[in-house]
Structures are given as structure tokens and as C-alpha cells.
Design a protein around this ligand. Structure first.
Ligand SMILES: [Zn+2]
Length: 453
């Protein structure tokens, strides 16, 4: 009896302990929706880079990381990394003096691109419209034409370390100012980033003043722009850490950017697709991987601030990474997966720089719904945070639903225009490949010539 009883009990135990096939993780659409609903809500006013709205978005992401069981990254005591940003604001009182005499100011002097610095030097007048014939000098008077455009001049001027380009006002310059909403482009930079050589400011000057400057070839010139005093700006990166079992197996980096462009022309761009959708993907991959138990490799989930003003959050992260950059074996950035490009096969995302490495093929083989980027001429590979990591040698790509969507940077980039079923399916397709990546020893490699310089 006893023996039989023992047998039957043990048989029962065997049946109970036979592992049922693990249910595959299921990303729920309402989870995806909840993140975008908060991040792209009116309350956050478009999460302008390096503002309090951006900080609140970062705090939300940090709270989610904690709820999913992630820890602060090694060496950090919280989920937030902050960086100071210098983003000058101009007071509109620029002036240009030659030989000590005022030449242009007010209406006659329009700043197209300025670092907010005073510039002094000798005027050099370019005699040709071809930048290849550029004279030496700090300040150049130039006459771009249809063949050699302002853009071509500017790129050549940056190469040569020119401080200021002066262009005669024309229909072309007026159109350019309209194109940027009539506001001078003023680049932002990290306070901790060493100041590089000047990057060629651009000023448009009215015809009469321009003619005076043409005659002042070789004279000393001073260009001043007044700055508005304002408090230092702070940007926030939210970072969550899933500790792997093997500290020597490397780290996988999954990222998106949490800021957006805020208000423009009195209309708020809520940034539901760009890039609350990518943040939702980072959060849901964090939830899925954390729920799957401890992986072999550690996984770092990051939502960067200040992407929209020059990839500054990711630049800071690459300058001050919580773990050595050499330990990061791959970076997957997720950008704008809230809509799908109608030119792509149904449900499939595009990966920027697909052919630069073997990463995309490997993820695809494991079920990721990704394919090569349809618009290589747009250089999207260099236009998202993945690029800052790629510049450091890390195989880093961005996946996107539709990079040239009609709602891009427009007030229509709102929750109503998100394709939630597509998003959910896209994120779902990444769960298995990223889990595989975190538990294996495959390390993606650049292909010949694929690594950016
Ligand atoms: Zn973006």
C-alpha cells in the first residue's frame, strides 16, 4: 500500500512538475497606449529639450523602470543622469562695424546662424562664387549662386575654420529665414563639452551695407550679438539597469529619446510619434525582459533628453557612460514607430544603416519585423542618438516605422495619429530577438566600411 501510494504520489508530482510550455510574453496595447498618453499629453507641453517638462517625462520613465524591477545603473544612485546645457538666447541687437564705423544693424542685419559670440577679424572678399576658391580669413564676404549654394560655402567654411560668412540679402536669404520661422538658429552644446573651433556663423546684410563691406576688403571688422541672461538649462537621461548573471558577457543598450520640440508658432507639437512611441517601446522591452528572469548579459534601458537640439543627451551619455563603452556589445534605438510607411511591407519597421553591420540581419532572423531603410539618401543613420554611440565604435542602429511621416515635427504629431496596433506588434516582434541577444554570446560586427568615422 505504502509503496503504491508513494508511487502514485510521485507520479502525480512528476506530472505537476513537468514544465508547461512557457507562454510567450505578450505586449499589451493598453500598456503601450498608457505611456504615450502620458508623455504626449497636453500637460507636458511637448517635452521641450532641457526644460521642466522634459524632467517630468524623465521622472515618469524612471518610476516605470523601478516598477518593472530595474535598478539604477552601476555607480548611479538614481535612474536619472543630468547634464548642463549652454543654449544662448539672443537679444536681437546685433551690429557689424568696419574700421570702427557702424555698417549694419537692426533691419539691415539678419542673423541666420549664430553661436552668440562676438567675432572680430579682417574682412576677406571672395572673388569667385566657388568655395574651392575661398580666400583665407576669419570673416568672408561671399556671393553664393545656384551652383555653389550657401550650404556648400558653409561646409567649406567649417572645414577651414572660418568664423563668419556675410551674404547679401536676397529672395533666397528671405526664403531661408522663413524656412526657420524667422528665428536665428542658435546651436546648443553641453557645458562639459570642450568648445570646438568656430563653426561659421552666417549673417545676411542689406544691399547698401553689403556694398560698403565689399569696399572694406582687408579692414578690421567687429560683429557683436547680445545675449539674454538666463538660468542654466539642465537635460535629463532616464537610465534603467537589468543586471545580467555574467558580468563579463557585455551589456545590451536599448534606447529612445524622451524630449520633443515643444511649442512652435504658438502651436504645441506633442511628440506622440517622435518619440514617445520609441520610449513606450523601451519601457515595454524593459518590462518584458525583467519579467523573463535574469539574463546572461546586463541590459541597459535609456531614454535620452535633448535629442532635438543636437543629440546632446546621448552625447553626454557617451561622455559619461555608467559602464565602460567597450562593454556595450550593441545598441538598438527606437524612433517614431507610431506610424508605418505605406511603402514598407505590412507590419515591418525600417532599420537605418542596415547594411553597415550584421545586426539587422541577425535580429530579423530571430523574428524582428525589420528591413533596410528605404531612404539612405536622407542619412537617418546619423540623425538619431544611435549615431553618438556608433561614433564610439559600438554597433548602433535605429529602427523606425516611418521616418518621413507627414506629421513629423507638426502639431498633428498627437496620440490620435498613432497606429497603436502597429506599434504593439512592432514592439512584440523585438521581445524575442532582444531576449535572445541578452542570453547569448552573439556580438554584432560592422561590415567593411560600415563603421562611421
Ligand atoms: Zn526623434
Amino acid at each position: 500500500m505504502l509503496f503504491r501510494t508513494f508511487l502514485s504520489v510521485s507520479a502525480a508530482l512528476v506530472i505537476v512538475s513537468t514544465p508547461a510550455l512557457a507562454e510567450p510574453w505578450k505586449v499589451k496595447q493598453e500598456w503601450v497606449s498608457s505611456h504615450t498618453s502620458f508623455l504626449a499629453s497636453e500637460a507636458l507641453q511637448g517635452r521641450t529639450s532641457a526644460t521642466r517638462d522634459e524632467a517630468i517625462a524623465a521622472a515618469y520613465i524612471a518610476a516605470q523602470f523601478e516598477a518593472f524591477g530595474l535598478k539604477p545603473a552601476p555607480g548611479m544612485t538614481s535612474y536619472i543622469q543630468t547634464a548642463a546645457i549652454d543654449h544662448p538666447e539672443l537679444d536681437g541687437k546685433a551690429r557689424l562695424t568696419a574700421g570702427g564705423v557702424d555698417v549694419a544693424q537692426g533691419q539691415g542685419l539678419t542673423l541666420y546662424y549664430s553661436h552668440g559670440q562676438t567675432i572680430t577679424g579682417k574682412i576677406a572678399v571672395a572673388k569667385s562664387s566657388d568655395p574651392a576658391q575661398m580666400p583665407d580669413g576669419d570673416i568672408l564676404i561671399i556671393t553664393p549662386d545656384a551652383k555653389f549654394t550657401l550650404g556648400a560655402w558653409w561646409r567649406a567654411a567649417v572645414q577651414k575654420g572660418v568664423k563668419l560668412l556675410i551674404v547679401r540679402e536676397s529672395d533666397d536669404t528671405k526664403k531661408r529665414m522663413e524656412g526657420i520661422g524667422g528665428e536665428t538658429m542658435v546651436p546648443a552644446r553641453l557645458v562639459e563639452q570642450p568648445v570646438e573651433k568656430p563653426r561659421a556663423d552666417i549673417a545676411f546684410v542689406a544691399a547698401d551695407a553689403f556694398d560698403k563691406l565689399m569696399k572694406a576688403d582687408g579692414q578690421d571688422i567687429t560683429f557683436t550679438v547680445g545675449q539674454v541672461k538666463k538660468p542654466q538649462q539642465i537635460t535629463s537621461n532616464a537610465i534603467g539597469w537589468l543586471q545580467g548573471s555574467d558580468p563579463n558577457a557585455g551589456v545590451i543598450l536599448i534606447s529612445a529619446h524622451l524630449d520633443a520640440i515643444g511649442a512652435h508658432d504658438d502651436k504645441v507639437v506633442l511628440g506622440a510619434n517622435d518619440d514617445a512611441s520609441g520610449v513606450a517601446a523601451v519601457l515595454e522591452l524593459a518590462r518584458a525582459l525583467s519579467a523573463g528572469g535574469q539574463p546572461k548579459r546586463s541590459v541597459m534601458f535609456v531614454a535620452y533628453g535633448a535629442e532635438e537640439i543636437g543629440l546632446l543627451g546621448s552625447q553626454y551619455f557617451a561622455m559619461k557612460p555608467p559602464v565602460p563603452l567597450e562593454s556595450i556589445v550593441a545598441n538598438l534605438e527606437i524612433e517614431m514607430i507610431g506610424q508605418q510607411d505605406p511603402k514598407m511591407p505590412a507590419g515591418v519597421m525600417m532599420m537605418t544603416g542596415f547594411d553597415r553591420s550584421d545586426f539587422g540581419e541577425s535580429l530579423k532572423a530571430k523574428g524582428a519585423l525589420i528591413a533596410p531603410d528605404l531612404y539612405p539618401e536622407q542619412n537617418f543613420f546619423e540623425r538619431s542618438d544611435n549615431y553618438q554611440l556608433a561614433l564610439q565604435g559600438i554597433v548602433a542602429h535605429t529602427v523606425s516605422g516611418w521616418a518621413v511621416t507627414p506629421t513629423y515635427h507638426s502639431p498633428d504629431d498627437n496620440i490620435a495619429n498613432l497606429n497603436l496596433p502597429f506599434m504593439t506588434q512592432a514592439i512584440q516582434s523585438l521581445v524575442e530577438p532582444v531576449t535572445w541577444l541578452a542570453n547569448g554570446d552573439y556580438t554584432p560586427k560592422w561590415k567593411e566600411g560600415g563603421r562611421p568615422k
